[in-house]
Write a protein that binds this ligand. Structure first.
Ligand code: BTN
Length: 247
């Protein structure tokens, strides 16, 4: 395992606009992001381990072993014109593909990162607001090397990137900053091209825990899923998708 190195992570990044905080252990990088005062455009919090790592929909995000990526990017800039969790998934995909030199990564709505049909990472976006400010927290978890017993998950050792953690974090930040500097970025086309289940049969669990069988038809401008069921088209704003053969 390569240790986290500030100078490698920050290479060629606009450090006037970005603060980096590295911890050996935290409860959750998203929770630390909630606690800090924002002084620059972006604050990045990285922990080697998390004791209370959180996933979407109240799930736990297992984060006991060093060598993976547990990171939160936090900003008070207004990113509300784009679906931020989809954008963050795209930034991770672009970074991993660039580093490997091949288009390996696929995305599963809303924000799962897949390699060889297995989930290797996910995004948890949280918004905190008071009367004056809105803080956007983008939590990113990516597995570089997980224990064999957990092999229903994938990791980046499958494509030889497990030793490139600093370079990968650097590229993710570079992609994320590039996208958030360009609010006209055509994320939708890029996202659709990377989507593993476009026009395929899926089962979707909506917010009321209903299991709906459908064809995944599209993503709309807001990042919602457009699905086709027996009774016609439906827009789903949040939920969990399952597809045959993808874990
Ligand atoms: C998911 O797929 O359910 C989202 C997982 C997000 C995990 C990351 S790890 C860094 C950040 N801190 C957390 O507690 N969660 C996110």
């Amino acid at each position: 395992m390569k240790t986290l190195k500030k100078n490698e992570i920050l290479k060629d990044l606009p450090t006037k606009r970005l603060n980096l905080h590295i911890f050996s252990e935290l409860d959750s990088t998203n929770d630390e992001a909630k606690r800090i005062d924002i002084q620059k455009d972006f604050h990045v919090i990285i922990a080697e381990k998390q004791t209370l790592g959180r996933g979407r929909q109240g799930k736990k995000w297992s984060s006991p072993n060093s060598g993976n990526i547990y990171m939160s990017i936090c900003t008070e800039n207004d990113l509300s014109s784009m679906p931020i969790s989809l954008i963050a998934g795209l930034a991770c995909k672009n970074a991993i593909d660039k580093l490997s030199g091949q288009p390996l990564i696929m995305l599963k709505w809303p924000n799962d990162i897949l390699l060889n049909n297995k989930k290797i990472g996910g995004i948890l976006v949280e918004i905190e607001s008071d009367q004056k400010k809105i803080k956007t927290i983008v939590g990113i978890g990516i597995n570089l090397n997980i224990k064999k017993e957990e092999s229903w998950w994938g990791d980046l050792s499958q494509c030889g990137l497990e030793t490139k953690r600093n370079e990968l974090i650097n590229l993710i930040l570079s992609e994320f900053i590039k996208i958030s500097n360009n609010l006209n970025f055509n994320w939708l086309t890029e996202w659709k091209n990377s989507c593993i289940h476009m026009n395929k049969e899926i089962t979707i669990e909506d917010t009321n825990s209903n299991q709906i069988k459908a064809i995944f038809k599209d993503i709309d401008e807001k990042g919602n899923a457009v699905i086709e069921t027996d009774i016609g088209e439906e827009i789903i704003t949040s939920g969990e998708i399952s597809i045959k053969g993808v874990y």
